[in-house]
Design a protein around this ligand. Structure first.
Ligand code: ADP
Ligand code: MG
Ligand code: MG
Length: 497
């Protein structure tokens, strides 16, 4: 899309069309602070007026490696020794990791004590592998920024975002018609919901033989999917779009519960089933789908940790399990990029395909690789990003700030961070529409490839493994970070070039 071919009037017309489409199709955040009696506090998600130009080979690379990634992370989550070797030591310096690890240990202990038929071996993963397109002398390829295993967002809105750009194309507002085929049509909503429904069916099959003498008076027959959301959740539309698809295509009902109200959950000792109490009855919970819980402030008191443990121990299928949550930590991503680590889990073409997406990563410890990392962090910081074990954006340190931060920390704590080479993406231009104002920026894009997997953690059998579309986020080159919810980036879609 050559933006200089568009007049100011044409951009204005496009902006208006995009705004109306966004409002009509739920491309919105709900801002609790703005909520008043006469408004619902909805504001438009920042979005691009044009799709992002993404090299076709780099996009196909990410799409075609996703199922191998799904399998890889399922296997890591199954591997207690691997998680222990690489994560236990950093719990000393990282409070959140410490809490997660403690929960994992308590869960393993409680599970041992359960009757085998009341344990839940099935797990659901809704994963997103994020990439930036790296260009160097040899090639243009996708390099992984990070792999997310908990509360993966924007699967709902990104489908609408791709539809918005197709709408602008088909209504003649672009000077070029967009390609509309199996690669570019975004299956993010249907893909995620198909994964959830596969786990749901497996739960129903398993749970129908497990009965209890209690709770029957007000119990509702159909189990539900329970979305666990933040207290003042902004990303409601993104989540609701998934709920609507689950209901319309699969007749699966869902409920939403804010962390604050988690005490409406209860576990029946006899069946180990999880129940959710609502004004119109008590629902058996088939799947607990976390759309929060990835940050320390999602657990204001010990009560939230206790309830997460109760959920973890119950028969409900967790998305993700605590082990899968831990597998998604940045430390594991860095360990995988060290030589030989991948060979434990994947082989042949799958191994090569996964490896081709790795950017250089280093630990900061006493190992030879760690020493190399420390030297680079202190002397070559401009080429690197320093990351703690955190999610949700806004946590990283860049360039010159890296040595400054490290020098303030005791050396033992350095290893709870990972060092990663800064991916140099190809900038392009786009208009970012915030509210009614469209402004032109030099931008870079981050593509997230979505996938779902249902597997048996005991037998390692894969019940379902599939792709689930993509998300595309676009940010001004002047900003290091790329989160949409955190206000750094805008939503976009892809135009393969
Ligand atoms: P989080 O889990 O908080 O989203 P990320 O690893 O995705 O953490 O980092 C946040 C943002 O920082 C990314 O969306 C991206 O914009 C930027 N970023 C992270 N790693 C790199 C990298 N290696 N090169 C360039 N930018 C990066
Ligand atoms: Mg993340
Ligand atoms: Mg990220």
């Amino acid at each position: 899309m050559e933006l200089n071919k568009y007049s100011t009037e044409e951009i204005e017309e496009l902006s208006l069309a995009a705004r109306d489409y966004a409002t009509a199709h739920g491309l919105l955040f709900v801002d609790a602070a703005q909520k008043k009696e006469d408004t619902n506090g909805a504001t438009q998600v920042p979005l691009t007026l044009f799709p992002s130009p993404v090299p076709r080979n780099a996009f196909i690379q990410g799409v075609s490696v996703q199922k191998a990634y799904n399998k890889l992370y399922a296997k890591i989550a199954n591997d207690f020794e691997f998680l222990k070797t690489h994560l236990e030591s950093i719990t000393k310096y990282d409070k959140f990791m410490d809490k997660l690890w403690d929960l994992y240990m308590k869960h393993l202990d409680a599970n041992e004590k359960l009757k085998p038929e009341l344990r839940q071996p099935l797990a659901l993963g809704i994963f997103r592998s994020d990439y930036m397109v790296n260009k160097d002398d040899q090639e243009v390829s996708s390099k992984q920024v990070e792999f997310n295993t908990i509360s993966v967002s924007f699967g709902g809105l990104s489908k609408m975002m791709a539809n918005l750009h197709f709408y602008c194309s088909s209504s003649g507002l672009y000077k070029k018609t967009l390609e509309h085929n199996y690669l570019t049509v975004n299956t993010s909503i249907t893909g995620i919901c198909s994964g959830i429904s596969s786990a749901y069916n497996a739960y129903c099959e398993q749970a129908k033989g497990i009965t209890s003498t209690k709770l029957h008076a007000t119990e509702r027959i159909e189990p539900i999917v329970l979305f666990v959301v933040k207290d003042s959740e902004r990303n409601i539309c993104d989540q609701r779009l998934l709920e609507y698809d689950l209901l319309s295509r699969f007749k699966i009902r869902s409920k939403r519960v804010a962390i604050r109200h988690l005490d409406l959950l209860m576990r029946d000792d006899e069946s180990n089933k999880l129940y959710y109490k609502t004004p119109n009855g008590i629902f058996e919970v088939a799947i607990v789908y976390y759309r929060s819980g990835y940050a320390l402030d999602d657990y204001p008191t010990n009560k939230e940790w206790e309830i997460r443990l109760m959920i973890e121990n119950s028969l409900a299928i967790k998305c993700p399990t605590i082990a899968t949550h831990l597998a998604g930590s940045k430390k594991i991503q860095q360990v995988l990029a060290e030589s030989n680590a991948l060979e434990k889990f994947v082989h042949g073409d799958e191994l090569k395909a996964i490896e081709s997406t790795f950017a250089d990563m280093y630990p900061l410890n006493d190992t030879p690789r760690g020493q190399e990392g420390i030297k680079l962090a202190l002397e070559n910081s401009d080429d690197f990003v320093l990351k703690p074990q955190r999610e949700g954006g806004g946590n990283n340190t860049y360039g010159k700030d890296i040595p400054d931060l490290l020098n303030k920390l005791p050396k033992e704590e350095w290893d709870s961070y990972i060092l990663m080479r800064y991916i140099k993406s190809l900038p392009s231009q786009n208009y970012i529409l915030k509210g009614s104002v469209a402004e032109k920026y030099d931008v870079v894009d981050e593509i997230g490839i979505l996938g779902t997997i249902v597997w048996n953690t005991k037998t390692a059998e894969e019940i379902n493994n599939g792709n689930a579309g993509y998300i595309c986020r676009t940010k001004p080159v002047s900003s290091h970070e790329g989160g949409v919810a955190t206000g750094y980036a805008s939503l976009s879609s892809v135009d393969l070039i």
